[in-house]
Design a protein around this ligand. Structure first.
Ligand code: MEV
Length: 323
C-alpha cells in the first residue's frame, strides 16, 4: 500500500504574532507544497526528506528519532521537523512499526512560509488514508494545530488552517477562516535570509515583552488588529497603494515587538527601493523571510533581492490539502 497527500505553505500578509492574542490575520496559501508519501516498510518508521538530506528512523516503541546521516549533516537542521512527523503519525494512531515516509519539500524550512504546518497537515492526511480513517477538513486542521502546540509550544491555528484550506484568508481565532475575494493582483516576492527563525522562541519572546510592558505592547496589538481590518477592506476594494502602506506600518510594529532583524530590515528596505509598494517580514521573524508586494515591479524587486540573498516569486494557491 502506498498513499500520498500534499499541503501548501503560507505567507502572512498581516497579523503574525498579534493573531496569537486573538487579533485578525490575513494570509495566503502559496504555490509551494509539502508532499508526504507513506508506504509499507520492514520495521520501525524510516523517514526521508531528500531536499534536506534527511534520513532518520523513528523507533516504533520509544518514538525516539535516530539520524541516519552523519552527525555534522544532521546538525545543520532543526531536528524539530521530524518531531512534527512523529507526533502527527502518533496523533492518528498510525502504527510506527513498518512504515516508510518520504517528504518532498518545496518550501524552505524555517523561512516563515509554514513548512512545519504544511508537513504536519500533509502527514496527517496521508496517515488518515494509510489507516483508512475518514477525517474532515475541520478535524484535520484541528489535529494539525494540536501537533504544532505539542511540538513548538504556543501557536495559533493560523498556519495549519491556511495550509488545510488554501486560498486568500482572513482569520480570527474566534471565527476561524473566511475567504477573501481580492479586487487586485497580488504579485509577491519572498526574500529569504537563509537564517531560520524559531517560531516557538519568538512567540515566547513576544509573550514575555507583553508581560513586562503591557501598557505599551497591548496597544500595539490593538493597532495590528486595525491594520488587518483596514487591509482586508483595501484588498477587497482593490486599493494597491494602501495595501503596501499598511504592510510597511505592520513591519514597523513587528520591529517594535522585537522580532525583526538587521538582515530582514535590509531586505525590506531594498525591496521598497526597487519599487515594492509594501514589504515586511512574514511569519515569526527572527530570521526567515520578508514578503514584498510589488505590482508592476516583480522583476526589479526579484533582481534586487537576489543580489543580496535568496529570493523567489510566490503565487497564491487556491488548493489546500489534497489526498
Ligand atoms: C507563525 O507563522 C505565525 C505566528 O503568529 C505564530 C502563530 O500564529 O502560531 C508568529
Amino acid at each position: 500500500m502506498k498513499v500520498s497527500a500534499s499541503a501548501p505553505g503560507k505567507a502572512i500578509l498581516f497579523g503574525e504574532h498579534s493573531v496569537v492574542y486573538g487579533k485578525p490575520a490575513i494570509a495566503v496559501a502559496v504555490d509551494k507544497r509539502a508532499r508526504v508519501t507513506i508506504k509499507e516498510g520492514t520495521n520501525n518508521t524510516e523517514v526521508k526528506i531528500p531536499q534536506l538530506d534527511i534520513e532518520a528512523v523513528i523507533d516504533a516503541e520509544s518514538r525516539r528519532v535516530t539520524w541516519m546521516n552523519s552527525p555534522q549533516e544532521a546538525g545543520k537542521f532543526d531536528t524539530g521537523i521530524l518531531e512534527y512527523i512523529q507526533v502527527a503519525l502518533s496523533q492518528l494512531g498510525t502504527p510506527l512499526d513498518g512504515l516508510k515516509v518520504e517528504v518532498d519539500l518545496e518550501i524552505p524550512i524555517g523561512a516563515g512560509l509554514g513548512s512545519s504546518a504544511a508537513i504536519t497537515v500533509a502527514t496527517l492526511a496521508a496517515a488518515a488514508r494509510y489507516t483508512q480513517q475518514e477525517v474532515s477538513l475541520e478535524a484535520l486542521a484541528h489535529t494539525a494545530h494540536q501537533v504544532e502546540l505539542q511540538v513548538q509550544g504556543a501557536a495559533s491555528p493560523l498556519d495549519t488552517t491556511v495550509s488545510t484550506q488554501g486560498g486568500f484568508i482572513y482569520f480570527t481565532q474566534e471565527k476561524g477562516a473566511m475567504k477573501i475575494k481580492p479586487a487586485l493582483e497580488m504579485p509577491l516576492v519572498v526574500g529569504y535570509t537563509s537564517k531560520p527563525g524559531n517560531t516557538g522562541v519568538l512567540v515566547e519572546g513576544v509573550r514575555k515583552l507583553r508581560e513586562t510592558q503591557p501598557t505599551i505592547v497591548n496597544p500595539i496589538l490593538d493597532i495590528m488588529e486595525d491594520l488587518a481590518n483596514q487591509a482586508r477592506k483595501s484588498i477587497i476594494q482593490g486599493e494597491e497603494k494602501e495595501v503596501g502602506e499598511l504592510m510597511n506600518i505592520n513591519q514597523g510594529l513587528l520591529d517594535a515587538l522585537g522580532v525583526n532583524t538587521e538582515e530582514l530590515s535590509c531586505l525590506v528596505y531594498r525591496a521598497r527601493h526597487a519599487g515594492a509598494l509594501g514589504s515586511k517580514l512574514t511569519g515569526a521573524g527572527g530570521g526567515g523571510s520578508i514578503i514584498a508586494y510589488c505590482p508592476g515591479k516583480t522583476r526589479e524587486v526579484l533582481e534586487e533581492l537576489e543580489s543580496i540573498e535568496n529570493a523567489f516569486p510566490v503565487g497564491i494557491s487556491s488548493q489546500g490539502v489534497t489526498w
